[in-house]
Design a protein around this ligand. Sequence first.
Ligand SMILES: Cc1cc2nc3c(=O)[nH]c(=O)nc-3n(C[C@H](O)[C@H](O)[C@H](O)COP(=O)(O)OP(=O)(O)OC[C@H]3O[C@@H](n4cnc5c(N)ncnc54)[C@H](O)[C@@H]3O)c2cc1C
Length: 389
Amino acid sequence: MVNFEDTKTAFVTKSDNQLKKAYWLFKLVASQKLVSFGKWSSELALKLGLPIKGIVKKTVYDQFVGGETIEECSKTIDALQQHGVYSILDYSVEGSETEEDFEDCTQKILETIQFGKAHGAVSFAVFKVTGMARFGLLEKINAGDTLSTDEKIELAKVKDRIMRICREGVENNICVLLDAEETWIQQPIDDFALEMMRMFNKEKCMIYNTLQLYRWDRLDYLKDLMATAKEENFYCGVKLVRGAYMEKERERAAEMGYPSPIQPDKESTDRDYDLAVEFCMKNHKIMSLVAGSHNEESAKQLTELMEKYGIAKNNPHIWFSQLYGMSDHLSFNLAKEGYNVMKYLPFGPIEKTLPYLIRRAEENTSAKGQTNRELVLIEQELKRRKISN
Ligand SMILES: Cc1cc2nc3c(=O)[nH]c(=O)nc-3n(C[C@H](O)[C@H](O)[C@H](O)COP(=O)(O)OP(=O)(O)OC[C@H]3O[C@@H](n4cnc5c(N)ncnc54)[C@H](O)[C@@H]3O)c2cc1C
C-alpha cells in the first residue's frame, strides 16, 4: 500500500524556503476574494505594462511553472527524475489566434519531443489543439457549419501541424497526448485524435486522447472508442481526467438554453471516473491509461485495480499524472513504490502563462478540500523539519 502521508518523500525536492513559500501561496489562493482580485489586477497591470512580472515570477509562477524555456526546465526535470518522477513538458501559452503563433507553438512542441529523445526523463509530449488552431474554426467545425475555401485551407494546415507532431513523436519513441478542451470545440479534437490513433497506434500505443468524466456522455464514448479499436485493430490511449471547465460549460449551456453536458453533481463525475478507470484496467491489453488526477482516492483505487487485474506496477501502459506544484504527496510516494508517474511541467513566458496560472489559482480556490490537504501536508512537513511557518 502506498503511504500518502509520507511527507518526507512528498517534499524531498523542496528546500525549507520553497516549502514555506508554498505554504503561504496555498493559504492565499484558498481565498476566493484574493484570487479574483489577483486575476483582475494582474491582467490589468500586464495590459498597462506595469512591472509585475517579478512578483508573479516569485510567487505563482515558480510554484506551478518550470521556466520560460525548455532549457530552464532542465534543473527541475533532473530533480524530479532523481526521485523516479518523469516530466511532460507542457507549453502553456494560451489564447493564440494567428498563424504565426500556431506555427510557433508547433515548433515548441516539436522541440519538447527532441528534448525527450535526448533526455531519459521525458517520454511523453502534450499539446492543446487550440495552440495550433483558431478557436472560431474549431467551433464552426463542431457546429457542423460549411467551411469557406479559406477555412478549408486553414483546416488543412491544422491537420498538418497535428500530423507533424504525432509523426515526430512516433519516430522518436515519445508518446503524444492531446488535451481535452471545451465541449463546443471538442468534436474536431476527438476526430483528430482518432485519426492519429488509427494511423500510429497499430503496433503499440503512442497517441492518447483525453476524456473528461464530468461529461455524462464520456463513459459511452470510451466504450465506443474501445469497440472501434478492437474492430479496426489499433491500440487505444486515453488520459482520463474529471474536467477543468465546469463553470464555463454550465454557464454557456444555461445562457444558450441547451442541456448541460456536465454531470448533475460531483458524485456522478466520481462514479464515471471510477468506472472509466476500471474499464481501462479490465481491457489493459488494448487500452493504455494516463490517470490525470489529484484525487487521493482515485490514485488508491487505481493501485488496487492494478493489483486486482494482475498488472505490474511499472507496466509501461499505465501512468499516474499530476501537475507540477500540486499533489506531490501522490507523485513522489507513488514513484517511490515503483509506479509510473509523470508531472505536467508547464513552461513559457510569464505574461503568456498567466491564463494557466489563474486557472491553477481558481482550481485551488474551488477545490477547497484539496487545498486544505496540501496545507495540512506542508504543515506536517514543516513540523517534521522543525521549521515554523
Ligand atoms: C495531469 C493532468 C492533466 C490534465 N489535463 C486536462 C485536460 O486535458 N483537460 C481538462 O479539461 N482538464 C485537465 N486536467 C484538469 C482536471 O480535469 C481537473 O480539473 C483537476 O485535475 C481536478 O480534478 P481531480 O481529479 O484532480 O480532483 P477532484 O478534486 O476529485 O475533482 C474536482 C473535479 O470534479 C469535478 N466536479 C467538481 N464539482 C462538481 C459538480 N458539482 N458536478 C460535477 N462535477 C464536479 C470537476 O471536474 C472538478 O474539476 C488535468 C489534470 C491533470 C492532473
